[in-house]
Design a binder for this molecule. Structure first.
Ligand code: TNX
Length: 576
């Protein structure tokens, strides 16, 4: 695995290794839909290029900068690099043609034009500045191609995020899901609520005068800087601008109502400070938990103080303020907030003894088991009123009444494929929700590469996910992945399509997840993501030619000859 994928440039050797019908000797990853070599004299780009055409240069700056040769000096054999709009091409698609007279790109949008230049850059990296004539006609399989990175559990720097954004652009990923709030930390400065970062971004510090959250999962806060830190408003705007320049959308997420310990602790400190100043009104304004609520609960990650009270008006006032503040940051950066991720996963059984919830249930007729859904539906409606789409994790969203949800919903499917993930993905896609595959079996890159004591990571979803397995993923036929998944039982299991995808419904795309409980240093971020992220980018863009056509209701055994090719080169046998 590691040998073959040692460098991104070598990653496309996988096509050959898997016996895939490769486009004629091109070195482009993700694999383009079509590529031909028309023959004829080569083009020499070593003298640089000059940009012509009607695509604004401003939209292409990072992609132009990624070319191995720059804009050449005037009159020194510069080659014409023509980039034109063609509204008939598919969104994000492009046509790239190289011949002896120059390079010509057509695309419907700036993303497509940029992707053409990214393909050109990869081809030049492999072939050198003298290119043989080439035609690439390309468009993505999925419109959603995402990377999720968790800054909450352990913080990762703005510099690291900016590097990742450039890597995402190089491999045609278009959505960055930034996880900024969870039990262990709140990582974005919010106007007017300074405690959120002043307290909530410090899991603990060696700075003795500081108010800290307690450490978690064995972290040694005195030695591990990653436990502390946050993005300032200016950092966040810089990230938004860098992403937008590369046609990458940013989805901010602050997990609620569970997974909210950092916010709760930070706002409790604020409460005490305001009370000490005699400002009771100010203190009560953003109260997140109810002192009289004696409910005992424990979250999946063993927190007993991490759940917002969903029956308090002050909880909604707080969330409103957070969303306003983030929307303002997006506006200031010139990048509108279009999707906001509320988390909504793994809500513990809180509120049973909450007086406020008893009053609310008496008033509304809601049952205790419906309070979590009430929260999600209410926030979703608030977001819809502002023109913002709601996103959330599939378990929480699955508990809502779809009739009470707004039309635009993004769901991240995170049940293991062998444990209900296929039904969950199809069921939520059948509701018309934008369904993103975040499946842990193959897409949680906080899991180790292999079941090997030298590989770090969590093992709850899989004891090893190597790049071949990710590369072998068949997102268009989920049950067919039975052979790919060395599940937690160490036995590949058959998968049945018990909830078929209805005609006209579709999966929106794929996302890689890097949760950061066990990922502290920036170098670990790189290790866990690369090269697996390239394999995921490949699957998000390009349909594997070994994927069997989807047949509603079919089930697949790990040994099924129809998916046998998918097993080639995967490590599950060694694993088992
Ligand atoms: C499950 S995925 C979680 C996260 C953890 C992750 C670790 C999801 C919605 N919840 O809170 O960080 O597992 O792999």
């Amino acid at each position: 695995d590691r040998t073959l994928w040692r460098t991104p440039e070598r990653a496309f050797d996988l096509y050959a290794a898997r016996g895939t019908a490769t486009p004629v000797d091109v070195a482009i990853l993700p694999r383009p839909a079509r590529a031909t070599r028309p023959g004829g004299a080569a083009l020499d780009l070593s003298g640089g290029w000059r940009l012509v055409g009607d695509m604004p240069r401003a939209a292409l700056v990072p992609a132009l900068a990624a070319l191995p040769v720059g804009a050449g000096p005037v009159g020194k054999g510069r080659v014409a690099l023509t980039v034109r709009r063609d509204a008939t091409l598919r969104p994000e698609g492009y046509r790239l043609a190289v011949d002896a007279t120059g390079v010509s790109v057509t695309a419907a949008d700036a993303a497509g034009a940029s992707y053409a230049l990214r393909s050109l850059a990869q081809q030049m990296a492999a072939e050198g500045p003298r290119l043989r004539p080439l035609i690439v006609e390309d468009a993505p399989r999925y419109g959603f191609r995402g990377l999720h990175i968790d800054l909450a559990r352990n913080f990762h720097s703005k510099a690291e995020i900016l590097k990742l954004i450039e890597q995402m652009a190089a491999y045609k990923l278009n959505t960055l899901h930034l996880h900024l709030g969870d039990d262990e930390g709140w990582r974005l400065q919010i106007a007017g609520l300074s405690e959120l970062t002043g307290v909530g971004a410090y899991r603990c510090a060696d700075l003795s005068e500081r108010t800290c959250l307690s450490p978690q999962l064995g972290a040694d806060p005195a030695r591990e800087a990653a436990t502390n830190g946050y993005l300032t408003a200016a950092d966040y705007r810089d990230i938004l601008r860098a992403a937008a320049a590369r046609q990458i959308a940013v989805i901010p997420s602050f997990d609620m109502p569970g997974h909210s310990r950092a916010a709760i602790r930070a706002m409790e400190v604020r409460y005490q400070r305001l009370m000490a100043r005699g400002d009771r009104t100010g203190a009560e304004r953003y109260r997140l938990v109810e002192p009289a609520d004696t409910t005992r609960y424990s979250s999946v990650q063993h927190y007993d103080d991490n759940t917002l009270n969903v029956c308090l008006d002050s909880t909604y006032r707080f969330i409103d303020t957070v969303i306003d503040s983030i929307a303002a940051l997006h506006k200031a950066a010139g990048v509108p907030l279009t999707t906001y991720h509320i988390g909504a996963d793994e809500t513990a059984g809180a509120w049973r003894e909450s007086p406020a919830c008893k009053v609310m249930m008496a008033r509304t007729g809601l049952q205790p088991g419906q309070l979590g859904a009430y929260f999600i539906e209410r926030i979703a409606a608030d977001l819809a009123r502002r023109g913002i789409a709601v996103a959330g994790w599939s378990d929480g969203l699955g508990h809502t009444d779809p009739a009470r949800m707004p039309p635009r919903v993004q769901t991240n499917i995170w049940s293991n494929l062998h444990a209900g993930g296929v039904a969950e993905a199809h069921g939520q896609a059948n509701l018309g929700w934008k369904t993103v595959l975040s499946i842990p079996d193959l897409g949680y890159f906080d899991m180790p590469y292999a079941a090997d004591p030298d590989e770090t990571g969590y093992d709850w979803a899989s004891r090893g996910v190597d790049s071949f397995q990710v590369f072998g993923f068949m997102p268009g036929n989920l049950a067919a992945n039975a052979a790919l998944i060395p599940n937690i039982l160490a036995q590949p299991k058959a998968i049945a399509d018990t909830v078929p995808l209805q005609p006209g419904r579709a999966i929106a795309g794929i996302q890689a997840q890097l949760w950061s409980e066990t990922v502290r240093r920036d170098s670990q971020v790189v290790y866990m993501l690369f090269p697996r992220l390239l394999a995921l980018a490949e699957r998000a863009w390009s349909k594997p030619d070994w994927e069997p056509t989807y047949v509603a209701g079919a089930s697949y055994d790990p040994g099924d000859p129809r998916v046998d090719r998918a097993r080639l080169l995967t490590g599950w046998r060694d694993f088992a």
